[in-house]
Design a protein around this ligand. Structure first.
Ligand SMILES: *Cc1c(COP(=O)(O)O)cnc(C)c1O
Length: 387
């Protein structure tokens, strides 16, 4: 009798089911927005990364259609061969202007931007210090690089400092990696303190602005701007696929850094360039970020009201300074049940559970296109559940 070399997969899936860690997709139809259709039913959407409501905006759609008509659907090759258009360069210059950096480089996703940049900046003889709650793409980049990786306690400057004092001397280059807005908690990294330590211990810093681009800072440039650190030597990564409503990622920084990445980052060199439609939509989104600050202002007003609503439930609201607000639950079951009960009342906010995060929670994200009335609807629904 032959044994099936794939039978372990089924056993592994069983384990996932038993732990309550099994996940599956939701089928969304129609344009994204403050309300969405899931399996044909409308829901109030508190689960989107589309913070400015731009993914369904007519102007981005028009820009994507026009670019498709002019340049076709695919970019047909890697940027260094046949995949480069003037549109890509226009987007990179616009990102550099928004971030006030010398230059920027656009990747086909944020994940690829992190993986490519990190693996290019450090190698075997180097040290990576990483916040324990960093995004998966930062972890993957660090592990591919071959560098020694040490996690420091979440946002804990003392732990980072101790690690540097004990370990820095044993390595050549050192790179500190951190999310700026932590995606599953909504809190911010202590950037000014991290930059001071980086100066003291001669370290590079890569900050992931995925959830901050277009949202944080006076002009929407991100947390670097929010903390008044514009112009400091930082490798800034971000995505085009959250507040910018498109697809793709970027690295912004010095002209030398960008020139180096164009020559070294395998996830930029050996993959197809961003499609004309995605590139044009992102370009239009940044124009809107720059010209319509009232969208951000409205978003922050709504964040303040939702925070008040959630605090009134009596459940623990995790500390947040972003449009990501999490309510903690004692276990997976109660988080899943509450999320399901909200869904039955027409509200979509998913339970986020281990292994993604250490504690079970429901994660709410606010969009600039939510109406105050929709925040009240959530308050009413939660009020009924918590009595
Ligand atoms: C979403 C996300 C990414 C990946 O960006 P994509 O463009 O979706 O690949 C990277 N880092 C963080 C913190 C994210 O939330």
């Amino acid at each position: 009798m032959t044994t099936n070399p794939y039978s372990w997969i089924e056993q592994s899936l069983d384990t996932i089911h038993r732990a309550g860690w099994y996940r599956s997709t939701n089928t969304i139809s129609g344009r994204p927005g403050a309300t969405i259709k899931i399996d044909g039913r409308p829901y109030l959407n508190f689960a989107s990364n589309d913070y400015l409501g731009l993914a369904g905006d007519d102007r981005l759609i028009a820009a994507a259609i026009a670019a498709t008509q002019e340049h076709g659907t695919g970019s047909t090759g890697s940027r260094l061969i046949t995949g480069h258009r003037e549109l890509h360069r226009a987007l990179e210059r616009t990102i550099a202007t928004l971030k006030q950096t010398e230059d920027a480089l656009v990747f086909s996703s944020g994940y690829l931007a992190n993986v490519g940049a990190i693996a290019s900046l450090v190698g075997k003889r180097d040290l990576v210090l990483a916040d324990q709650y960093n995004h998966s793409s930062l972890r993957t980049g660090a592990s591919i690089s071959g560098a020694t990786i040490l996690d420091y306690a979440h946002c804990n400057i003392e732990d980072l400092s101790n690690n540097l004092a004990q370990q820095r001397d044993g390595f050549q280059r050192c790179l500190i990696l951190t999310d700026s807005v932590f995606s599953m908690d909504g809190d911010l990294c202590p950037l000014p303190e991290i930059l001071n330590l980086a100066d003291q211990f001669e370290c590079m810093v890569l900050i992931d602005e995925a959830h901050a681009t277009g949202v944080m800072g006076e002009t929407g440039a991100g947390c670097v701007e929010h903390f008044g650190c514009t112009g400091r030597r930082i490798v800034q990564m971000g995505t085009l696929s959250k507040a910018l409503g498109s697809l793709g990622g970027y690295i912004a920084g010095s002209a030398t850094l960008i020139d180096f990445l164009r020559n070294r980052a395998p996830s930029w060199i050996y993959t197809t360039g961003l499609s004309p439609a995605d590139t044009a939509a992102a370009l239009e989104a940044i124009r809107i970020v720059q010209q319509e600050p009232h969208r951000r202002q409205h978003l922050w007003n709504l964040v303040t009201s939702l925070k008040t609503v959630l605090q009134q439930t009596g459940l623990k609201v995790l500390p947040s300074e972003s449009p990501i607000l999490c309510v903690q639950f004692p276990n997976v079951k109660s988080a899943l049940e509450t999320s399901q009960a909200l869904k039955e009342q027409g509200i979509f906010a998913p339970a986020i559970r281990p292994p993604t995060v250490p504690t079970s929670r429901i994660r709410f994200t606010v969009m600039a296109t939510h109406e105050p009335e929709q925040i009240h609807r959530l308050a009413t629904a939660f009020g009924l559940l918590c009595v």
